[in-house]
Design a binder for this molecule. Sequence first.
Ligand code: PRP
Ligand code: MN
Ligand code: MG
Length: 180
Amino acid sequence: MHNEMKEVLISAEAIQDKIEELGAQLSEEYKDRFPLVIGVLKGALPFMADLIKRMDIHLEYDLMAVSSYGASTVSSGEVKIIKDLDTSLEGRDVIIVEDIIDSGLTLSYLVQLFLHRKAKSVKIVTLLDKPTGRRVDIKPDLAGFIVPDAFVVGYGLDYIERYRNLPYIGVLKPEIYENK
Ligand code: PRP
Ligand code: MN
Ligand code: MG
């Protein structure tokens, strides 16, 4: 699998160091509250699992599955709910956990939805931010790393469902996704 990578963009160690930092920041910010941490499947699973273990406060978590990319490398612009939450959002301090913000369509949809469901506050934490991909005006409250306009995979991010289990973020060799 590693020989399908052009380069390692963010090492496993750098990811874990950053998560420790983000966890400490969130623990401080939410210490007197009982936030509902919402992971956006499938991509956010590895990040979410590591982040909550670095949050030294009482919290609740839930998971939602949405998809916008399908089997394409370009976002379709349509967000599909595959699995909804079990938890009521009314009056809750919500922290959305994502692996990446690219066009921003997934997160702007979710923020609107959660506010409509009467969340008291909604914050966005993303491991990766790709500002050059933006099609709607949305910014994360906390972001781990800014990434360039390349097709990145690993640590939850897939290409046709592969590479999610890599412990690092890598850039795929173009020949892997070209001529498909
Ligand atoms: C990817 C990624 C984010 C979203 C970001 O998910 O995990 O959720 O796209 O793109 P956007 O800012 O352009 O909306 P995807 O739809 O591929 O589903 P997945 O998490 O199951 O891979
Ligand atoms: Mn996703
Ligand atoms: Mg995907």
